[in-house]
Write a protein that binds this ligand. Structure first.
Ligand code: F42
Length: 157
C-alpha cells in the first residue's frame, strides 16, 4: 500500500496544454539540448531561452513541469506568473506558494532551488525591469490584466 502511494507521488502529469506538454517532453527528453527556446509559434521571440521548473502539485502531490522564460539576476532566476495576461494567476503560482522547493533545468544544467515571492515594492520594480528586458511581452501582459503579475526569485538551495 505504502509502495503504491510512493509511486503515485512520483507520477509526472503533463500539462493539459499540448504545446506546453510537447515542449517539456522534447526539452527534458533530450537532456536539455533540444526544445530549449520559445519556438516558431512565438514569432520574433522564438529564439529566447526557456527553463523548466519541476515541482509538486500542492493538492495532488504529483510532479508538475512548467516551462517559463529564462530571466536571470546573477545566480538567481526570476519566475514570472504572466499567464499571457489572464485575469487569474497560473495554477503553478499556488503550487510554489505551498511548496517552494523546486528543480530548475536550464539547458543541460539542473539546479535544486528554493523560491520566494517578490514582495518588496522596490525589489519588484528592479526585477520587473530585468524581466521585461529579457521578454518584452510581459509588459503587454501586465497592461491586459488588473491583477499584479506575480514574480518569484529562485535561489540555489
Ligand atoms: N507562463 C508564464 O506564466 N510565464 C512564462 O514566462 C511562460 C513562459 C513559457 C515558455 C514556454 C512555454 O512552453 C510555456 C510558457 N508559459 C509561461 C506557460 C506555462 O508553462 C504554463 O503553461 C502556464 O503558466 C499555465 O500554468 P498552469 O499551472 O495554470 O497550467 C494549467 C493549464 C495546468 O497545467 N493545469 C494542470 C491541470 O491538470 O489542470 C495542473 C494543475 C495543478 O497544478 N494542480 C495543482 C495540484 O495540486 O496538482 C493544484 C492547483 C490548484 O491550486 O488548484
Amino acid at each position: 500500500m505504502q509502495k503504491n502511494r510512493e509511486m503515485e507521488m512520483n507520477e509526472y502529469i503533463p500539462s493539459p496544454i499540448k504545446w506546453v506538454a510537447d515542449q517539456v517532453e522534447l526539452y527534458e527528453g533530450s537532456g536539455g539540448t533540444e526544445g530549449t527556446t520559445l519556438g516558431s509559434r512565438h514569432g520574433a521571440w522564438e529564439g529566447l531561452q526557456v527553463i523548466i521548473v519541476t515541482n509538486r502539485g500542492w493538492k495532488t502531490g504529483v510532479i508538475r513541469k512548467t516551462p517559463l522564460m529564462q530571466v536571470k539576476d546573477g545566480n538567481t532566476y526570476i519566475l514570472v506568473g504572466s499567464q499571457g495576461g489572464d485575469p487569474k494567476h497560473p495554477l503553478w503560482y499556488h503550487n510554489l506558494k505551498a511548496e517552494p522547493h523546486v528543480t530548475i533545468r536550464d539547458g543541460i544544467n539542473v539546479y535544486s532551488m528554493k523560491v520566494s515571492e517578490v514582495e518588496d515594492a522596490n525589489e519588484r520594480i528592479r526585477l520587473w525591469q530585468i524581466a521585461v528586458k529579457a521578454y518584452p511581452p510581459y509588459e503587454d501582459y501586465q497592461q491586459k490584466t488588473d491583477r499584479k503579475i506575480p514574480g518569484f526569485v529562485a535561489r540555489p538551495s
